[in-house]
Write a protein that binds this ligand. Structure first.
Ligand code: FES
Length: 161
């Protein structure tokens, strides 16, 4: 499972740097950095680090309430903060609710939703993604789709499960 980690402050011998790593959790509880949006010198993809893994990344965590279903009609979309603290976008169509991380898979900028074009667009290098087709890349340098976030409707709420 890939997740976007909380920002981490790393101090090197020049200045502290804040990174927002995209990590994968291994069975031993360690996290592997897959990519970072502002890597300090010496931080490489694949480097094994210990992270304080939030409860929300582990099985059995309570679902995070995002918005009441009654306030989020079919056709609606909105930005929200995912359980891991990262920005994300939520959509509702006739078939249900779905959500994606707003972290661009190119170099980690935050994408924006353009309602007129019905696409998520990255302001950094203009990659665009189709939220109605699995978050797939429409154009630009991003190689992979936006990370999907599991959401569902439970007891009158849209929740992140
Ligand atoms: S970081 Fe999004 S297109 Fe480059």
């Amino acid at each position: 499972m890939n997740e976007i980690g909380k920002p981490i402050k790393i101090t090197n011998n020049i200045a502290p740097i804040i990174i927002r790593p995209i990590v994968a959790l291994s069975s031993d509880g360690l996290a592997f950095i897959i990519s970072v949006n502002a890597a300090p010198p010496g931080t490489k993809s694949g480097k094994k680090i210990k992270l304080a893994v939030k409860k929300s990344l582990t099985a059995g965590a309570a679902p995070k309430k995002i918005i009441k279903v009654s306030k989020f009609p079919v056709g609606a979309s909105q930005q929200f903060v995912a359980a891991n603290g990262a920005p994300a976008f939520l959509f509702r169509t006739k078939t249900g609710v779905f959500a994606y991380s707003a972290i661009c898979t190119h170099q980690g900028c935050t994408v924006e939703y353009l309602k007129a074009g019905k696409k998520l667009v990255c302001p950094c290098h203009r990659a665009s993604f189709d939220p109605f087709n699995g978050g797939k890349v429409i154009s630009g340098e991003a190689k992979g789709p936006l990370a999907k976030i599991n959401v569902s409707i439970k007891s009158g709420w849209v929740v992140q499960s």
